[in-house]
Design a protein around this ligand. Structure first.
Ligand code: CAA
Length: 259
């Protein structure tokens, strides 16, 4: 797959997505969205992948959508571009296996919105995140107005969206936006440790857990509990369930076969 704006690698049971337009702090343009669409399309079909790590090349994660490209958009083009941003962020969120977002530097605007669609976020101690769009006369259109208030206290979400203030890594952790702050040099190693740990678990169980968490969040409690129990029943029908339980009883490590 030839890509110009993202480095896409697979090693063992893992996929690595590295946004790669470092001269503009990995700002998102149409080409990057095209590249991301091709990657998520590939990943949806790859049953061997157990976890995905997303990060940025150079000193930023993603400093948002490409302002230079957007400035001369007509209103219709702006709408169309925003729908494309949302669609690709949704595609990332809907990937069947966990996506770990390693925020190595600025994650602003569309960059943070993309990070919010990942399953687990960790951040380097000197990185900063934020939704500064109101300074540009727009507001966070890539899902930030919806995902951030669902993740943290509504008043804090509004505070950061209305002021556009940057959020330092430690504060992002205190607010619950990220799960861990790491030393700058430790970020990718720690992301890999989390991915390794996930890969040791029952693969169907992990995929099912992700599905019920994500789908359930869009349902009321009663239907989500019903959906949950149906998905749970399917894990009981897997060979991996026998493997996992037998290994526990035999005090050995489970060798899951993904079936
Ligand atoms: N779009 C286009 N170019 C960008 C960019 C962006 N979002 N962010 C940074 N760049 C470019 C800069 O223009 C600069 O280019 P030149 O070297 O040609 O001047 C280069 O990347 C390096 O950036 P800075 O010199 O500004 O670096 P800095 O360290 O001084 O500041 C920063 C870093 C605080 C991230 C600053 O670049 C910044 O504020 N960027 C814009 C952040 C932003 O507003 N993001 C929201 C975009 S809108 C959006 O995302 C819409 C949406 O909802 C989907």
């Amino acid at each position: 797959m030839k890509l110009n704006t993202i480095i896409y690698e697979k090693r063992d049971a893992f996929a690595y997505i590295t946004f790669n337009r470092p001269k503009v702090l990995n700002a998102i343009n149409r080409e990057m969205l095209d590249d991301l669409a091709r990657i998520t399309d590939d990943l949806r079909r790859d049953e061997g992948i157990r976890a995905i790590i997303v990060t940025g090349a150079g000193k930023a994660f993603i400093a948002g959508a490409d302002i230079a490209a957007m400035r001369d958009f007509t209103a219709a083009e702006g709408r169309e571009f925003n729908l494309y941003v949302q669609q690709q962020i949704n595609n990332l969120e809907n990937l069947p296996v966990p996506v770990i977002c390693a925020i190595n530097g600025y994650a602003l605007g569309g960059g943070l919105e993309l990070a919010l669609a990942c399953d687990i976020r960790i951040i380097a101690q000197d990185a900063k995140i934020g939704l500064p769009e109101v300074a540009l006369g727009i507001f966070p259109g890539g899902g930030g107005t919806q995902r951030l208030p669902r993740l943290i206290n509504n008043g804090y979400a509004k505070y950061y969206i209305y002021t556009g203030e940057h959020i330092p890594a430690q504060r992002a952790y205190e607010l619950g936006i990220v799960q861990e702050v790491t030393g700058s040099g430790d970020l990718t190693g720690r992301a890999q440790e989390i991915a390794d740990k996930i890969a040791k678990q029952g693969p169907i169980a992990v995929r099912m857990a992700k599905r019920v968490i994500n789908e359930g969040a869009n349902l009321g409690l009663r239907p989500s509990i019903v959906f949950d129990s149906e998905a749970y029943a399917t894990t009981f029908a897997t060979e991996d369930r026998i493997t996992g339980m037998t290994a526990f009883l035999n005090k050995t490590k489970a060798n899951f076969q993904n079936r």
